[in-house]
Design a protein around this ligand. Structure first.
Ligand code: GDP
Ligand code: MN
Length: 408
């Protein structure tokens, strides 16, 4: 989990970039390696035999076999193991592949491991934390570093935040030598390591900038027993808005790691992000969607999702969006909050009625609708026979939907 901004796991993070793409560790390391960051040699494997072959290929006395899922916390969950033979690599891979791995970042259902990464093992003398992200406070990319790297960084961030250093990057200059030196010394690096660290930051920043990344996280960045710096773990997240410029990155997308609802939503070009609450929200316009989530929280409940159906949605798109909401078992009540500008209220109403007929409406539905053709829209909803609670305004809508969701 990254340390910048809100404490939301990146796959569900909506406070930074609304839409973003994760890649696997082995893919992130390949990218960072190309930019000159020191990463261990490794080979990805999809079967136990491939894992054994990868061990032979590396030709090292020891290797580390690592589960590849879009979540951290693998070490503590038994998803990372040091092995000393091809046989051991094979049997550990066999124990992981095809099964869910549950870590503190995956939720109780875990993530199915479909690949493992077999990497030359390193002798570790120290574990540091290093990340680069878009820092909202300084409105710039920033370097986050800590001498207390490794598997307990979240705990450190909570209990001793002073051990976490932040250094904003001036985009007209890049990472300046004095910044690298300042951080390196604070991390306890010396002599040649300071130059290595500066080179590493340069490589990370070039990768960050070129790929339109929103996050690079190296945890741990290690000092090996020979005193060299090495990126032992790597996570990269890319801003979806920049992806059209990077067809090679789009190919790294792993749909099996994406939330099925989010996948369905992207088919219809809906902006959808799943959250942890129980009120399903369907809204048009990102601003109104944010305001709707805020007002739900203000009334003491949590939204189950962020969903922006956009300005020019047709009935089919509305129906698709509504179905996604209703298919989420955690949703105890739905709030539709639409301002009909470009979007017409009658079109919205048609879509809602269509979807409700197809999948059945088994939770209370509160609708707040204003704007173009609002009267026709209300008539369609009233004539539908569906049990719909019409709200007078946003405040009223939020209060009602929160009461309904909590009484269930
Ligand atoms: P995460 O738990 O999902 O973040 O996975 P990591 O890639 O960070 O691995 C977890 C831990 O395994 C690291 O913090 C290291 O302590 C350890 N580890 C991983 N690779 C090696 C290695 O090559 N040598 C040693 N000694 N430890 C390793
Ligand atoms: Mn890690």
């Amino acid at each position: 989990m990254f340390l910048g901004g809100a404490q939301a796991p990146a796959p569900k993070n909506i406070s930074g970039n609304l839409l973003h793409m994760n890649v696997h560790e082995y893919q992130a390391k390949a990218i960072l390696g190309k930019y000159g960051a020191p990463v261990p040699r490794g080979k990805v494997a999809a079967t136990p035999d491939e894992a054994a072959a990868a061990f032979e290929f590396l030709g090292e006395p020891q290797a580390v076999v690592k589960a590849q899922i879009h979540a951290g916390g693998r070490g503590k969950a038994g998803g990372v193991k040091l092995v000393s033979s091809a046989e051991q690599a094979r049997s550990f891979a066999a124990s992981l592949l095809g099964k869910p791995l549950v870590t503190h970042q995956t939720g109780p259902e875990g993530r199915v491991v479909r690949r493992v990464y077999v990497e030359a093992a390193s002798q570790v003398s120290r574990e540091l934390y290093l990340a680069m992200l878009v820092d909202r406070k300084s409105e710039a990319p920033a370097i986050i570093a800590s001498a207390a790297g490794g598997m307990d960084i979240e705990e450190i961030a909570r209990t001793s935040p002073e051990q976490i250093l932040t250094e904003p990057i001036d985009i007209t200059i890049g990472v300046a030598g004095f910044q690298s030196r300042k951080l390196a010394l604070a991390l306890g690096l010396r002599d040649r390591q300071i130059t290595e660290f500066h080179n590493l930051l340069g490589a990370l920043y070039r990768a960050f900038f070129d790929t339109d990344a929103s996050l690079i996280e190296i945890n741990p960045l290690v000092v090996t027993s020979e005193g060299r710096l090495l990126c032992l773990d790597a996570k990269m997240v890319f801003d979806d808005n920049g992806l059209f410029r990077h067809p090679e990155l789009q190919e790294l997308r792993d749909p099996e790691e994406e939330d099925p609802s989010e996948r369905e939503a992207s088919k219809y070009n809906l902006s959808y992000v799943q959250l942890n609450g129980n009120i399903g929200c369907m809204v048009n316009g990102a601003g109104l969607a944010m305001a709707t989530m805020d007002i739900i929280k203000f009334h003491g409940a949590e939204p189950a999702n962020f969903l922006d159906i956009g300005g020019g949605a047709d009935a089919q798109k509305v129906a698709a969006a509504f179905k996604i909401l209703l298919s989420d078992p955690r949703v105890k009540a739905v709030l539709i909050n639409i301002f009909g500008g470009i979007m017409r209220c009658d079109v919205l109403a048609q879509g809602v009625v269509e979807a409700a007929r197809q999948v059945g409406l088994n939770v209370p539905l509160v609708v707040r609708m204003e704007g173009t053709n609002v009267e026709q829209g209300r008539q369609i909803l009233n004539a539908s026979g569906l049990k719909i609670i019409a709200a007078t305004d946003m405040e009223d809508a939020a209060r009602r939907v929160v009461a309904l969701a909590s009484s269930k």
